[in-house]
Write a protein that binds this ligand. Structure first.
Ligand code: 8YV
Length: 309
């Protein structure tokens, strides 16, 4: 008999297909009556594929032993509850580093050169009447990376290729990194032209980019958030953008996504992206493979590949 797996979010097509081939997979995310599905499957579910797993869901699944989360970030899984219940959690690190770093640079250039408005300018037939206003470049600027983890390091490498100076903020200095370290985010914000957030979400980083940090970043500074909406005080950010406290923002993530504060959509100094950091065919398919590989390892009684809890 195939093991029962509960699927909590839509996964890449190849992953969905393999789930159906190897497991008795049930889609909670598209169930008409979620409670009825959970009740019916409760005794047989030993593993979950996907994120969005609160403690309340774990409580209803007494035999749940493993959550194969989709994403390097696992803030949508209550890891504390999982730990207490002896439920293992895996994530999908590394395979998305390059896609994340590529789009970070893309969004930074889109903001500094106003690429989105420039495209609209050409399409609207305005070019023959007047040249597009001059913009700024990344070269020579200092970028402060909040969270020099695996993705942060790939972003740093690409920022060097843009001839930027790289510094970073994090919980610890990393001895073998060539970049200047700040243990205080306000101090770093004061010294940089760009802040790039790529730190895990969750309680410990909530509103790390505060009003004070934005003030320190200053009227020539820009923010690029690739982390989680929760990492930035969004109300303070909107105010800072409205008042010219900072120059601009390139945002891939939002506090209440997919809902985006309407006021941001009318701002010229903002580039908006629908949480698509890892959203390429290549990367999403590799993330899906890792979900399956972790499930396979779990059901074979082997060590999990990328365990975080
Ligand atoms: C996914 C992500 O969009 O890996 C992450 O942490 O944010 C993204 O790759 C997200 O996890 C999808 O649920």
């Amino acid at each position: 008999m195939k093991p029962t797996v509960l699927v909590t979010q839509a996964l890449p097509p190849t992953c969905e297909k393999t789930l159906d081939e190897r497991f008795d997979a049930h889609r909670l995310y598209r169930a008409e009556d979620r409670d009825a599905l959970i009740e019916r499957l409760a005794p047989s579910v030993t593993a979950i594929a996907g994120g969005k797993v609160p403690a309340t869901l774990m409580e209803k699944l007494p035999n749940l032993k493993m959550i194969s989360n989709f994403g390097v970030g696992y803030d949508s899984v209550d890891t504390e509850a999982a730990r207490q219940r002896g439920i293992a959690v895996t994530n999908t690190p590394d395979v998305l580093n390059d896609a994340m770093a590529e789009i970070t640079i893309g969004l930074m250039i889109a903001l500094s050169r106003r690429l989105i408005s420039a495209d609209a300018y050409v399409r609207a037939g305005k070019w023959p009447s007047a040249a597009y206003p001059l913009q700024t470049e990344l070269r020579g600027k200092t970028v402060g990376i909040i969270g020099l983890g695996r993705i942060g390091k790939e972003i740093a490498a690409r920022c060097l290729a843009m001839k930027m100076r790289v510094v970073y903020f994090g919980r610890h200095r990393q001895n073998h990194q060539p970049y200047v370290y700040y243990d205080n985010l306000v101090d770093m914000a004061r010294d940089v032209d760009w802040l790039v957030a790529i730190t895990p979400g969750g309680k410990s980083t909530e509103r790390l980019v505060s009003k004070e940090v934005l003030e320190a970043l200053g009227p020539k500074g820009s923010l690029c958030n690739m982390a989680r909406g929760s990492v930035v005080d969004e109300a303070a950010l909107v105010e800072a953008l409205q008042n010219g406290t900072i120059a601009g923002a390139a945002l891939d993530v939002f506090e209440n996504e997919p809902r985006v504060p309407e006021v941001l959509t009318g701002m010229e100094n903002v580039v908006l992206s629908p949480h698509q950091g890892s959203a390429t065919n290549e990367t999403r398919s590799a993330m899906g493979d890792l979900i399956i590989a972790n499930l396979d390892a779990f059901f074979a009684g082997e060590p999990l590949l990328t365990r975080v809890v």
